[in-house]
Every structure is written in C-alpha cells, then in structure tokens.
Design a protein around this ligand. Sequence first.
Ligand code: SF4
Length: 315
Amino acid sequence: MTETTNGLEVIVARSAGTCFGVEAAIDLAEQHRKPILGPIVHNPQIVNNLAAKGIPIYERYQALDDLSEEEVKEVVITAHGYPKELKEALREKGITFHDATCPVLLKWVYRKIATFENEGYRIILIGNPDHAEIIASRSYGGDIKVVYSEADVDNLSDDLGAKTVAICQTTITKEKFQHLTNYIRETKYPKMRAIDTRCKPVKNQQQAVEDLAQWVDAFLIIGGFNSSNTTNLANLSKKYLPETTYHIDSPDLIRSDWLQGVRHIGIGAGTSTPKSQINDVQQKIAEMYPGPVFFRKEGKDGEILDGDFTPEDEI
Ligand code: SF4
C-alpha cells in the first residue's frame, strides 16, 4: 500500500458499542453463572467468552423436559426478552429464572402494550417476526399483529377496529418504521397512531452513523452478523457509502485495500459490540496503515433511559 501524504484519520461514531441493556445482561450472566437460554446478546465474541468461563448456552426455547432431565434449577433469560407463557412454564416446572430482559422492554415497551390495550387500541408491531425480541414482545399483548413488509400489511384485515396504534422493534431503522407506517395509513387505517419505540441507544447510534457517513470516505461497522442493530447501522452507512461500507465481526477481516487512498474512516459498532472490539479494530488499523494514523472519538454518548416516549416520538 502506498502511504498517503496526510495520514489517516479514524473517527469513532458517537455512542458506538454496548448499551446499558447489554452490559447489564452480561453482568447478570457472569454473576449467576447459570445456563443461558440462547445467546445473551447477538455478539459471538461475548457468547464465546461466557461459554469459555464454563457457562452453558442452551437453545433459546429449550424443551423444559430436557432442563428437568438435566436437573437444571436456574436459568438466565437473555436481553431480548422471553415469551410470557414460557416464563410461566418455567415457574410451573420450579425453574428459577434470572431475567436479563432489557429494562427498555420490561419497563417501557411491555407497559406501553398493556396501556394501549386497556385503552382499547389494536396494536401493530413493526419488526422481524422471527427475532427473539418480537416473539417475546407480542406475547405481552392479546392479539398483536406483526408486520415487516408491505406484503404483511396487505394481509391485515381491512377492519381492525376504530383505534389502532403502531409500535416498533427497538432496533429497526426509523426509515423502515416510517415507510411501513405510511403504507399502513395509505392502504388500511388512515387514522392509525404510531409511536417510535426504538430505544435511545439505537436512535443515537443510527443518527451518529448517518451523520458521520456523509463526510468520511469509508466506514467500518463492527458487530455480529446476526445482530439486527449492527446490520441496520451498516445499511444506513451504505446509503452514503455503498462501495466502502464494511460490516465486520473481527479485526482480522479488514483488508489493506480498504484503507488505500482513504483520508477519513468512520467506525461504528452495534449495541452488542464490546468496546474492546472497537479498540482491537483501531489497533489493527494502526498496524496495517503505512502512514500516520490519528484517532478521534465523536461527541458524548448522551444515552438516557426515558421512562416513557416523548411527544416527538409520535410520528
Ligand atoms: S439495544 Fe436497546 S433494547 Fe436492546 S438491550 Fe440495548 S438498550 Fe435494550
């Protein structure tokens, strides 16, 4: 690689890396050291670290008979939440669960669902129906409809009732939520309310990546390929840098030609990506780049956990 005259500037996006929900979930798993029902967060490095400490990782919806057979008396539930009826089944089996469900879900989204249903609303949840968060969240309502595409919306009943409200997966992009909300209003329920229930860390990270992607030459997005939050960050960056956005889950994936001719490179990382992985990537860039490398971190995190949505979250 040829050295550039001015060197390379590496800018870490605001709020990059693990959020409070993920950090609390890892702490809980390490504190109890009991079998975890599924990957505690969608980051292979974190999951492998826990497994290396001797903590068993089970299937997320592990058959309870198998748990009983293995005489498992305590389990840990992951940050994504767990279906209400399965928690009940654990209780009935006498299996204690340590609940790492993120407080954003427990104390905000599930309560919102209950409040809206009490007020007579039919709820439409915009998110991936196969994602653990959505599978859990929908179980906290009576008959929540889940949609993730225009085709899903087309299949909704034409008459869902007088009052409808849309909420969304905490990690979805605002663009997708807005698009499907508009489509539902145009084709089904013109008066539907819509509340942006993405969590603050996700909102902050998405905005930070979108801001930074507009002036850097290339972007590295770090995080598990199974993390919807990280994948969404990569897609946001690709809007501005379709050829030079790289989603990686390890510094070893960085190729020297990605840095060729680049003056500014951004680093973003999903809410399940440990800060140590960001450091490893910075270290790798410094080793690979033949000229001077300057590191900069953007702004302050500004992550706060609101107890409720604010009026501007209604779209
Ligand atoms: S991404 Fe949001 S909802 Fe998920 S664990 Fe972090 S704070 Fe909680």
